[in-house]
Design a protein around this ligand. Structure first.
Ligand code: PLP
Length: 220
């Protein structure tokens, strides 16, 4: 369906603008096009439509898709939105501009060490497990203050917070909690909202939404 990705991007940008405006937000959130589960052909279609900000949840998949595309499009901004193992930190820092899933001291130390070694600075978000789900990554809200202090002690600059609400719960509750936590710690950037709820997130102060299906269609 040639052209449909362009159309989808336009529609979503428009909805984000309306939602943010209606809620009195100064600017709409940045739209991260989540290209996981799709080949580089669809990513290229979004690039051709002028889109620059992308998200992937696996280092390995991203490494097979993006280096070639980045070579031809120097201003691509690539976000890692899935869990990061410490043995993949080197590759992640080489490839990504933003890592949204910092959630434990061991990973913080590995990131610090690898950024120092490579000389590349990656922007960092801390993932918060707002629903306190045992199977889900992220720092629990109760542990967030201590973890942010640890990051600070390491000299890691944290730009914002990210959350993935539990599927069976009202997302707005979790977006509101993330916003409150951000405000409490002076963190202005909030990555929240996906295909099902990006408008809600925009209305509740998201600065970044992560949208896959609504742009690229279902993943195989
Ligand atoms: C896959 C994924 C998304 C995008 O999900 P859609 O429902 O396809 O929009 C957003 N955030 C994270 C962390 C994801 O893993």
């Amino acid at each position: 369906m040639a052209g449909s990705i362009k159309k989808n991007l336009e529609i979503i940008q428009e909805k984000l603008s309306f939602a943010a405006l209606a809620a009195g937000q100064e600017t709409p959130p940045e739209l991260i096009a989540v290209s996981k589960g799709h080949g580089h052909d669809l990513a290229r279609e979004a690039l051709t439509a002028g889109h620059k900000i992308f998200g992937e949840n696996r280092v390995q998949e991203a490494a097979s898709k993006w280096p070639g595309l980045k070579e031809k499009n120097y201003d691509i901004e690539l976000h890692l939105i899935g869990p990061l193992q410490t043995n993949k930190v080197k590759g992640a820092i080489e490839l990504f501009d933003v890592i949204q899933t910092l959630d434990r001291p061991k990973l913080a130390r590995a990131l610090k060490k690898e950024m120092a070694a490579s000389g590349k600075k990656v922007r960092l978000f801390v993932q918060v497990n707002t629903g306190e789900e045992p199977q889900k990554a992220g720092v629990s809200p109760a542990d967030l203050p201590a973890f942010l202090e640890e990051c600070q002690a390491l000299g890691l600059e944290i730009e914002g917070l990210m959350c993935i609400p539990p599927v069976a719960e009202e997302a707005a509750m979790h977006f509101a909690l993330l916003k409150k936590l951000g405000a409490r710690h002076g963190l202005k950037k909030l990555s929240m909202g996906m295909s099902q709820d990006y408008e809600k997130a925009a209305a509740l102060g998201a600065t970044h939404v992560r949208v896959g299906t609504a742009i690229f269609g279902p993943r195989s």
